[in-house]
Design a protein around this ligand. Sequence first.
Ligand SMILES: [Zn+2]
Length: 469
Amino acid sequence: MIQYFFSFLPENNLVDIRILIPKVQEKSLELHLPMWRPGRYQLQNFVKNVLNFSARVQNGEKLEWRKSQKNIWQVADTQDKNVEIRYQYFAKELNAGSSFVNKHFLYVNPVNLCLYLPKLINETFEVNIYRESTESEYSGGLGVVSYGNTLKLQPKDFHHFFDSPFIISKGILHERFSVGEVWFHVWIEGVFQIDKQRLIRDLSKIAETQIRIFGEFPEQDYHFMLIVPENTFYHGVEHRNSTVMVLGENGVLPETYYNDLLGLASHELFHAWNIAKIRPKELLPYDYGKENYFETCFVAEGFTTYYGDKILLESGVIGYEEYLHELETTFRRHFEESDNASQSLLESSFDLWVDGYEKGTPNKKVSVYSKGAIVALILDLKIRAKFKEKKSLDHVMKVLWKRYGDMKRGYTYLDIQKIAERVYGENLREYFEIAIEGNGSIFDYTSSHLVYLGLQLEWIEDKCRLKVL
Ligand SMILES: [Zn+2]
């Protein structure tokens, strides 16, 4: 079995990685570094942080190697040998999807820095993580199989490891709660001025509400991992049974960020179903070597953004006024910035890989997050109005979960249309043409649906406002 050994050089912000590959059959080996990470649909340059690569026979002579592409290392003359690869990764950038090592804590996103053999991507392997002191606690979605100075992990395959970031820290705070059979862990690294008990209570209400929508939780446990950074930051990344959130202002997480924290946690938890499991066809499985274009990010991110906020209201952790404020913020993001954009939601989803995470060309793209959340709201209101609250978008989510939750196949845009129409009980062509495929303004269309909630959109001095009728 392949073994990985991680150790750390905090004073230099380095992760040292050693890989032992036993009894290699092939004449040469190809090691790849991922070109992107799930959750951010854009190529990244992790490889710029790799240094001191070397290859040798275990305890023996050096092996020749060369790079064939910027993220691919080819090692020659490997047949019948136990091969040892070694390199370091410079980990000095802190966001929810990066790796960061300093004297206080170690934060590793394996997808940033783990070289893998594409042929063995579905095989299990062993990871050994060396920690200076046993007082340093490990937190992460991937369970530890043996403790000591060296922590041993055994991911099911590389997808599992890539989706299981971990933190090792002496000072990390740990709380937990359960909902039914499922244990939820809360890990907090950094200075935190929020009432812990209130947070645990509210997170458990949020988890309960989400589990009620889908009928079950996809995993046995879940980890909310929060890092309060030195600078000001607001970022979260979803994983199969965890999320990492980097949130705070000048080195502290003040009480004023409470609703932001709940909103982020709710959004990321919803992803445990919607993207970690229920996944577009094009992303199943993930191909870490290139762009994975897909048109349906309004489901993965738009629906999740809509539910992230709606669940705060439904679980009672925020009031109606606060919810309307969140809704208005979503409307303002879309209507004040991109209601006249030239792309449809489908086009902007595909182009996430082009310029999805930057400001980009004016009047070109729409946000899959904010326009995606608005079209989710419209679909929800259509269903709720027709069935007088007996059905809602929850039914669409539940069908998606039942049909795609086992990850045997992914959905297409056509599948989404069919499922929505089945729940609605009639044709929804007009909705899909206007809201998803079209590039015209959806201001009046949205406002006309909001009437069902006794709300309306209006423009006041170039600002989009939500008016209670
Ligand atoms: Zn998201």
